[in-house]
Design a protein around this ligand. Structure first.
Ligand SMILES: Cc1cc2nc3c(=O)[nH]c(=O)nc-3n(C[C@H](O)[C@H](O)[C@H](O)COP(=O)(O)OP(=O)(O)OC[C@H]3O[C@@H](n4cnc5c(N)ncnc54)[C@H](O)[C@@H]3O)c2cc1C
Length: 424
């Protein structure tokens, strides 16, 4: 890479984009025509489309349909360079970022888009035994674990009685609901045929949520529909229950109930990337960095915090925006626009989120959509809308094509082609 260790003394300013998720990509791509060197650094070589991770875990999509090579996204961006490395520290005063392997980079502008990570809220045994759903590696690990459990039960039927096939999913938000629904469909259709001698009807999928309802962000009628749609698919929904401890084969709830299950999927909590806590800034809930209205970091007009690492307030509504891919993408692009404005000597602009609606899926033909002016959709229509929007969000036409082929095939045949384990 070009040596940036001397700082921005070269002919062009350096815009350093940390993170190649929705926010980082949104920013870096919007900087295509800006007269600056754009340097994108991520610890992974791919951009992960998190909303579809559960489809990798439940064999609907191949990992390559939701993880796209980062370098590939910048072939048409002559001013951008991508590097694979882990950020280890950021000095906002010196405008310097350190990495695990590369030389430090001194920047003129910074886009901090390192996302969030799972938090188990100190739940005993969760870090050791739970399966979080935040990275592609998490999804592939869960997929392999579930396939291994079924293969083991196929050889030893007594494992079914010990709960080897049972899954507890924690969290009644989109990650938990989508995972529980997809697992139930996988169990009741594909696995029932794959393993005709295994008593699949005894395999329990239980969704545990601490609050009195699923999908807190949706209207009541959509929450009720979601619970019913999950139950129809054979998911047991436990509301107002909190997981107290996780063991390899048992899950203990605060109420005293013990669930026999060899798999616990954790979709219950996120906190900002730990780098946020190392910056000496005052942090908001979930250790998120409070972004100024123009998305810069207080006292550092050249540094912007965007995506899940940031606490972003919508200048239109004054409400704090949720940690969503669409918010991250738009915020990244807005930070890029403000960098371009600063380079032209113009004032920065406040960020206003363009809300196209919130949606989540429960299973084949079942989803919920809440549009900005209160209109709601559910069932098949909502599911088609969900599919269209998620296809549009995938990074490239190639990813979209892969997802369409897999979804269409699965839609017609109920087949899940990604149902194999690959040993490495
Ligand atoms: C299972 C799941 C389902 C979801 N479903 C939806 C949905 O349906 N709709 C929706 O809008 N949103 C959804 N979201 C939320 C959405 O995915 C996030 O809001 C979005 O990914 C945030 O983007 P980001 O760029 O801030 O962070 P991320 O996408 O997490 O990107 C952060 C990047 O930073 C990199 N990174 C982290 N630490 C380091 C380091 N130290 N050094 C170098 N690189 C680093 C990571 O590798 C990653 O590529 C879902 C999230 C999950 C987990």
């Amino acid at each position: 890479m070009a040596d940036k260790s001397e700082g921005a003394k070269g002919p062009r300013p350096v815009v350093l984009v940390l993170g190649g998720g929705f926010a980082g990509i949104g920013a870096a791509r919007a900087l295509k025509k800006v007269d600056a060197d754009v340097v994108v650094v991520d610890q992974h070589d791919c951009h992960t489309f998190q909303p579809l991770l559960y489809q990798v875990a439940t064999d609907l999509l191949e990992p390559s349909a939701v993880g796209h090579p980062l370098r590939d996204l910048f072939h048409e961006h002559p001013n951008a360079r991508v590097h694979l490395d882990a950020v280890t520290s950021i000095d906002l005063e010196k405008r310097e970022v350190r990495f695990a392997e590369m030389q430090p980079v001194v920047y003129d502008y910074l886009v901090l888009a390192l996302g969030a990570e799972v938090t188990f809220f100190g739940t005993e045994g969760a870090a050791e035994h739970a399966f979080p759903m935040y990275t592609l590696a998490d999804a592939v690990r869960l997929k392999k674990h579930v396939l291994d459990k079924w293969e083991a039960a196929d050889k030893d039927e007594t494992l079914v009685d010990d709960g080897a096939l049972n899954v507890v999913v924690v969290g009644g938000g989109p990650t938990g609901v989508e995972s529980a629904g997809a697992l139930a469909e996988l169990y009741r259709s594909n696995f029932a045929e794959d393993y005709p001698d295994v008593r699949q009807e005894q395999a329990r999928i239980t969704l545990v949520e601490g609050s009195p309802h699923l999908f807190g962000m949706f209207k009541e009628r959509l929450r009720d529909y979601t619970k019913g749609a999950l139950e129809e698919r054979g998911v047991e929904v436990l509301l107002g229950e909190i997981v107290e401890a996780v063991e390899p084969t048992r899950v203990k709830l605060k109420s005293g109930k013990v669930l026999e299950a060899h798999t616990l999927v954790w979709g219950a909590g996120l906190q900002a990337n730990p780098i946020a806590s190392s910056l000496g800034l005052e942090l908001e809930k979930g250790n998120r960095i409070a972004a100024e209205p123009d998305l810069s970091i207080a006292g550092h007009p050249e540094a912007f915090a965007v995506g899940d690492i940031a606490w972003i307030t919508d200048s239109k509504t004054d409400e704090v925006l949720p940690q969503l891919g669409s918010v991250a993408l738009q915020a990244g692009a807005h930070a890029a626009e403000n960098i371009a404005r600063q380079l032209e000597g113009k004032e920065t602009k406040s960020f206003a989120y363009h809300d196209k609606g919130t949606m989540a899926t429960i299973g084949r033909g079942a989803a919920v959509v809440q549009l900005p002016h209160g209109r709601t959709l559910k069932g098949e229509t909502a599911w088609l809308a969900w599919g269209t929007v998620h296809l549009a969000l995938l990074s490239t036409g190639e990813d979209r094509a892969k997802a369409v082929v897999d979804w269409t095939w699965a839609g017609f045949t109920h087949e899940r082609a990604a149902r194999i384990s690959v040993e490495t």
